[in-house]
Write a protein that binds this ligand. Sequence first.
Ligand code: B12
Ligand code: SF4
Length: 583
Amino acid sequence: MKTCNVFDPASLEGQEIHPLGSDAKVLLTGIFGPFALDDEYGSRKINPAEFHHNQITRVQGPFSLRMFHRNGGLKLIQANINAPCTLLEYPDLDRFTLELQNKQYDIIGISAIQPNLKKVEKMCALIREHQPNTTIVIGGHIAIIADLDARIDADYVVRGDGVRWFRKFLGEDQDGPINHPHIPSGINRRCMGINLSNSNGDRTAVLMPSAGCPVGCNFCSTSAMFGGKGKFVSFYKTGDELFDIMCQLEEQMGVCSFFVMDENFLFYRTRTLRLLELMQTHEKDWALHIFASADVLTSYTIEQLVGLGISWVWIGLEGKSNHYKKLKGIDTHALVRKLQANGIRILGSTIIGLEEHTPQNIDEEIEWSVSHATEFHQFMLYTAPQGTPLYEQLKKKGMLLDESEIEPADVHGQFRFNYHHPHIDPGQENDFLLRAFRRDFEMNGPSVMRVARTVMNGWVKYRHHPEARIRKRYARDIEKMPTMYAGSLWATRRWFKDNSRIVARMTNTLDAIYHEFGFRSRIAAPVVGLAVLFFLRKEEKRLATNYPYEPPTFYETAVMAFRPRDKTMLPSKADLSPATPAP
Ligand code: B12
Ligand code: SF4
């Protein structure tokens, strides 16, 4: 088996080419389900294939946001190779086997992450059994496991960008423009027992401008995967290129909002500011949901963020006693308040189990995080995925657990540390983690309801903004406020009638809605609210039966993607240089 580090030019150069080139028949597949149960292949009941429910709203019962996501990496590869390519996503074992029995492939690519090791092992064995002449390629975050070649029977392991690798392997142009796949964000969305609509107003497209993150925090596998500190892959280097793709997604998918799958979108300052310019010139009322580190975020003015349509930010708060440079000198409480006052919703992320955490100070640490009152809050154990600087450091110190002590399937950040913590005994970490989730829920209420307050702030502040596109965006945000939101807040208040803090919060937001929308919202609140209560109770019963939410299977032979248009959108001279990182 050969391993290729795509971010290392010499390694990629040494990669051989498949004899059939672009005539090779390719199958790209994700790992098999079902996911929401404990099984011998590493599925875990506490680790279903839903990242909001998994690591953000997991204790919020019927208020938890349930949804699935497509595999962006595989979709991107499929959209950017000329070889005939089939995509199979979220199959079960029978469906995967059936595919191998019925259709012959020259290359089968499997995308996986580290906890999926046993599933990949099984899939490789099945491929060898049914299609012994097929070339097996493994990519995604699992590829960084050091001795992967000794554990599974595959031909190639690919670390880093799969588009570049596949183009090389198929003898295609590695530097050709990147087509962007058609990916709706959030599949089978559901909350409070209600299936959330995918009407035009709230449809969101996934946008993938870059991968990796040059900041290189010690625990970060996304950064490590694409070369680590200082390295990243840019699929669209200029604001013009990105704008063109966004226009196409808007036109073809009927969306006006984008889930930007880029670990530190604002980092690429030249690109971002050019995008802002284009959005202003072309009066785009887009909403952007982004990931950003605190230092980069604070290097923009609030006017720039609002102008860019930033309406959600996923930001690493990490912890009160963190030492990360990206947070140095930043008052995160003030930052969160400021963003919320401008209608920007926050998904804060906290690490449980930093080196400094002890059973004595953990509650204080949790309190610090919870007091940010972000709309959503992710809590993750301080985990050391293979390939990260943290993993190497713990390995040197002999602190890592071996596989007789923890299975790879359990190293997902929501159960146990994969090393000996200096102050926290084994088993305690799960208790601390759950304590954090519960405290956040108890103090701040259901995440989906917290959103209403911030949306109202934004509307009140910007409804008279001189730019029509900005007024329009904030107006879109409050469309459902007098009816659906008023009713849901009303129902939530009833649901938590014994928690005076949540009752006060719901009342506060409801009063703001009544004040703003008057009679209509006062009538709608109890009417819609009673229906919502009915669905909440029904969902609670359903969850009590351990109802498993599983993603649907996707099987796609035709590619839906958008080709960059060079003629209609000529980038300006300044933007022809590579993306410039923020200082
Ligand atoms: C969307 C997402 C999900 C979605 C969908 C995942 C999917 N099927 O793609 C869902 C919700 C299912 C999910 C779940 C989880 N996820 Co997730 N997820 C992500 C996220 C945010 C984005 C992935 C993405 O689209 N990236 C953009 C594309 C362009 O990059 P990419 O996927 O890496 O693909 C590129 C390369 O990796 C490569 N490539 C990918 N596949 C293949 C295949 C082949 C054959 C080749 C050659 C190349 C190749 O080429 C692609 C193009 O350059 C990443 C973080 C991130 N920013 O990447 C975490 C991430 C992948 N998830 C992670 C984790 C830990 C989880 C969970 C365990 C979380 C949890 N605790 O609940 C669960 C697992 C659930 C389960 N039961 O398996 C970790 C993986 C860590 C690791 N070292 O393995 C990541 C890196 C987040 C993090 N930093 O911790 N996740
Ligand atoms: S800033 Fe965020 S994405 Fe970037 S390396 Fe650090 S944790 Fe990873």
